[in-house]
Design a protein around this ligand. Structure first.
Ligand SMILES: [Zn+2]
Ligand SMILES: [Zn+2]
Length: 151
């Protein structure tokens, strides 16, 4: 289902919108998310990047981190919290947005998996699939993307 989502960084200096159907939602327990979100894990929604509208004068600083492919993580220059992350460009690109950065989360899907569960600091008490390592996490992710491409 295609929807319009209003998004912001935690301090709301950065406000932006994304239209599109969320591709998946997952809990990421990687050490970069733990550090960036200052939380045991991140609750992240994946969108096609094409629907993203960032204001030209945004206060987000993008930087590359070597985990999990080439993900360009955008951090707010005011609150220093993650605002949005991007992978790839244009129609084939992906946007990663934390669920708590989405102002109207009602129409988001439920989370479907845990990834990088091997580096968790907290056990999850649910029956979702848990991918422990880099490769299995990447593979679970690819499967979501491939399934989407076929439909
Ligand atoms: Zn901020
Ligand atoms: Zn992560």
């Amino acid at each position: 289902m295609t929807s319009l989502y209003h998004c912001h960084c935690p301090c709301k200096t950065n406000q932006f919108a994304i239209t599109g159907a969320p591709m998946t939602r997952f809990f990421c327990h990687c050490t970069i998310c733990q550090e960036k979100y200052q939380a045991p894990y991140a609750d992240v929604v994946l969108f096609p990047l094409g629907g993203l509208t960032l204001p030209e004068s945004h206060s987000i600083s993008f930087g590359q981190y070597k985990r999990f492919g080439a993900i360009d993580r955008g951090v707010c220059t005011q609150c220093h919290q993650p605002a949005i992350a991007k992978a790839g460009e244009g129609a084939k690109g992906l946007a990663f947005i934390a669920a708590h950065n989405i102002a109207n989360p009602e129409s988001l899907p439920a989370a479907s998996m845990h990834i990088f569960y091997g580096t968790r600091v907290e056990d999850a008490e649910d029956s979702l699939p848990k991918y422990r390592h880099y490769l299995s996490s990447q593979f679970a992710f690819l499967k979501v993307l491939l399934t989407r491409r076929r439909t």
